[in-house]
Design a protein around this ligand. Structure first.
Ligand SMILES: Cc1cc2nc3c(=O)[nH]c(=O)nc-3n(C[C@H](O)[C@H](O)[C@H](O)COP(=O)(O)O)c2cc1C
Length: 260
């Protein structure tokens, strides 16, 4: 049975909560589901010391709060649904705090094969960009992105949604869940875009050839076998992309040598 984590990120038990519960009920028919409400967790704001980048995540001075626990849940899951209210055209601070505290995962990605679905709950405008942002960030952490969905109409907290809006939102959410479920069961490894492929090859070559590369990142890449692999995970890379990859490796090697 697939494992699904639903992260609800509102400051209150409002429309996002209703949507999260609806999604939990639906997904529970075919998967093992855990719903967490971020407001119940202790997520201390990042102090910006960069210890996680330069020394390692265990050196974070805030490491005793709940952030590691949430990362464990992300790693436990096969798919994550983010149910997030649109706050000022962006994600609520608590979710941004979580992302900032886990920013070392951008350097040392670990959520490959897992599926991400952003569900944005909002009043009127801006949700699509919020969904794109979440997908972009989780893409860097390794996840497969499913196009996000926006549920609008939640302007007045004390007034419930009109029935026709509820029906419209509900239909959109069910369609998104279908796509999410499909992706969850699709075991085929995702072909990297040229951009992601380039990022991988340039990053790993920097680790190999630049003395300035961050030591925790280098160790991580080495342990994963990424210093010499085609990509982060086993996937067929077409021959032209492979040549381009070698070109990026070589380019970084030359840049490193000309720096000496
Ligand atoms: C601080 C704040 C900022 C908001 N900014 C936006 C916004 O930029 N665009 C929008 O459509 N709705 C915005 N809203 C409305 C919420 O997205 C909407 O009320 C949503 O239903 C809140 O989720 P909740 O019911 O789970 O609390 C904002 C609400 C708050 C509290």
């Amino acid at each position: 049975m697939k494992k699904v984590l639903i992260i609800e990120a509102s400051s209150r038990k409002g429309f996002s909560h209703e949507v999260a519960v609806q999604m939990k009920d639906e997904m529970s028919k075919k998967a093992s589901v855990e719903l967490i409400e971020l407001r119940d967790y202790d997520i201390t704001r990042c102090k910006g010391c960069c210890a996680c980048f330069s020394v390692g995540s265990s050196s974070c001075p805030l490491k005793d709060d709940d952030v590691r626990l949430i990362l464990d849940k992300l790693e436990w899951s096969d798919g994550v649904i983010f149910v997030v209210p649109n706050y000022s055209l962006s994600v609520p601070g608590i979710l941004k705090d979580l992302f900032d505290r886990l920013a070392y995962v951008f350097h040392r990605p670990r959520l490959f094969g897992r599926v991400c679905l952003p569900v944005i709950v909002q009043g009127v405008y801006g949700g699509k960009k919020v969904a794109k942002y979440i997908n972009e960030a989780m893409g860097f952490w390794g996840m497969k992105e499913v196009k996000g969905v926006v549920a609008s109409g939640g302007i007045y907290p004390k007034v419930g949604l009109k029935d026709e809006i509820k029906v419209k939102n509900s239909k959109a959410i069910m369609r998104a869940l279908e796509q999410f479920t499909k992706a969850l069961h699709n075991e085929k490894p995702v072909q990297p875009s040229l951009f992601k492929f380039m990022i991988f090859r340039m990053t790993r070559s920097s680790m190999k050839y630049f003395d300035e590369a961050l030591e925790p990142d280098r160790r991580y890449y080495e342990a994963k076998g990424w210093l010499d692999s085609d990509y982060y995970y086993d996937v067929e890379i077409n021959p032209i992309k492979k040549i381009i990859g070698k070109f990026f490796d070589l380019m970084v090697k030359r840049m490193a040598h000309s720096n000496h």
